[in-house]
Ligand binder design. Structure first.
Ligand code: SF4
Length: 374
């Protein structure tokens, strides 16, 4: 005689916080009780045992689902805290946002800009200072751009916003010869428009969603292809001198932002609508850094921390250190040249204060500290 498996009693559908051991014990008790009931109802022992096994299996699967959901919620909570802490730290370290600021948050519709807006809005509610946020998106009229997505999202989250419509796509297509890269002109046009919008809105800061990986990629691109030690600053005055650009996500890892975007279910707009392939050089840098991150845990963190621990006396830029005029002082010089000894990884205190002597001249950009994942 076949019988549908009876629904489990309510205590089986308990909250995920129930101890799995208690759940297993309850399941066993329930299974024994069910066996007894079925035996009394004339169900054969074999069938009753089969039903019991099915119920035990279902209960086990439910318990595993609940444990998984609990673990996921815990991980997402930890990730969210880490990202908020990193953004707060970057803002503090570089004095990015001050009392009375009006921050223009540039929204491309990609994961990083959504994350930036989300976190800045949360920090705005808790910050000891008052600042305004206005989200701005430049609709460049790329074919297939889903115009409704950002306005709907920004309305839903209740942030003031402006959608600036400028057909830079047609301009770029008209001006740049077929087959040539369009990014340079496109980004120059975009920059000019965003500066103008910032002025019109009375914004004191322009926030961009670049993160730690963007900064490192830029650093290596400039080294490999531009022969320069130059990264992407967390805060800098714009090239026209009229605005201050900030990058509040400077300490955040890209993979964390990707997970956060998925978790928060941001309505991501694809970033390939213009038809331009992402710069090959940047892609190479990304792959190189990701490969290092996989094979040598900690290396990328160290590289990033190194950006804030520069020792000009141990580089070769004559405009940063007066190599031509240094003289022996006759006294020991902390950080002075150690001739043939190996120096690397010796545990020198990073960011140690400069002594003013001709040996070491360590420049520490504020107190940049990169935390390891919790
Ligand atoms: S990828 Fe497309 S939208 Fe982005 S800068 Fe290049 S041309 Fe412009």
């Amino acid at each position: 005689m076949s019988q549908a498996t009876a629904p489990l009693p309510p205590f089986f559908n308990d909250t995920p916080s129930v101890d799995p051991a208690r759940r297993a014990a309850d399941a066993q008790l329930f299974a024994q009780a069910a066996l007894a009931v079925e035996a009394a109802a004339g169900v054969s022992v074999a069938e009753a045992a089969l039903h019991a096994a099915e119920r035990a299996e279902a209960s086990q699967a439910e318990a595993e689902d609940a444990a998984r959901a609990k673990r996921h919620a815990f991980e997402m909570n930890k990730l969210s805290k880490r990202l908020h802490r990193e953004v707060g730290q970057a803002i503090t370290d570089f004095n990015m946002i001050e009392d009375g600021d009006k921050v223009m948050v540039c929204m491309s519709g990609g994961k990083d800009s959504y994350g930036m807006l989300d976190i800045l809005m949360n920090l705005q509610r808790r910050a000891p200072i008052q600042f305004e946020i206005v989200a701005v998106n430049l609709d460049q009229k790329q074919p297939g751009f889903p115009e409704h997505v950002l306005p709907e999202y920004l309305t839903k989250v209740g942030v003031p916003f402006r959608i600036e419509e400028q057909d830079t796509y047609s301009v770029v297509k008209r001006v740049v010869p077929e087959g040539k890269t369009t990014c340079s002109l496109c980004s120059r046009l975009r920059r000019g428009i965003l500066y103008r919008v910032a002025t019109e809105l009375g914004c004191t800061k322009i926030a961009l969603g670049h993160h730690r990986d963007d900064i490192l990629q830029t650093m290596f691109m400039n080294m490999f292809f531009g022969s320069k030690m130059k990264g992407m600053p967390p805060k800098l005055v714009t090239d026209n001198g009229e605005h201050v650009v900030i990058r509040p996500m400077a300490y955040c890892r890209e993979k964390d932002l990707a997970t956060y975007a998925e978790h928060r279910e941001f309505p991501i707009i694809p970033c390939n609508l213009c038809g331009s392939q992402e710069g090959l050089q940047r892609q190479q840098m990304r792959e190189m850094i990701n490969d290092w991150d996989t094979r040598f845990p900690g290396r990328v963190d160290n590289m990033f921390t190194a950006l804030a621990n520069i020792v000009p006396s141990h580089m070769m830029d004559r405009s940063l250190y007066p190599f031509a005029t240094i003289k022996a002082t006759g006294a020991p010089v902390p950080g002075g040249d150690i001739a043939f000894d190996e120096d690397e990884g010796c545990g020198d205190t990073p960011g140690a204060a400069s002594t003013g002597l001709p040996g070491e001249a360590s420049v520490s950009l504020a107190s940049l500290r990169i935390r390891k994942a919790d």
